[in-house]
Design a protein around this ligand. Structure first.
Ligand code: SF4
Length: 72
């Protein structure tokens, strides 16, 4: 049985790309929803939520396979 934690979720992404400020050892990005605006200003970029490996939420889905295939 898989432990319910972001680190075991198929939406957890360790690729921190533009989130350089959050390159903490035990964090990653949650890819369940699209990036969210951080302020009401139109001049700021949206960001993926940063979560800790031990976090979890009601959308947890055990990692089975990355959704990377493209329909032919
Ligand atoms: S916040 Fe929820 S959906 Fe996102 S990685 Fe964690 S368990 Fe998965």
């Amino acid at each position: 049985m898989t432990t319910c934690a972001c680190a075991n979720c198929q939406f957890y992404d360790t690729h921190m790309g533009g989130a350089a400020k959050h390159k903490e050892k035990d964090t990653g990005l949650c890819r369940f929803n699209p990036p969210l605006p951080q302020t009401a200003s139109a001049n700021t970029r949206a960001a993926w939520p940063v979560v800790e490996k031990s976090d979890w939420c009601g959308h947890f889905a055990a990692t089975v396979e990355r959704m990377t295939s493209v329909a032919a």
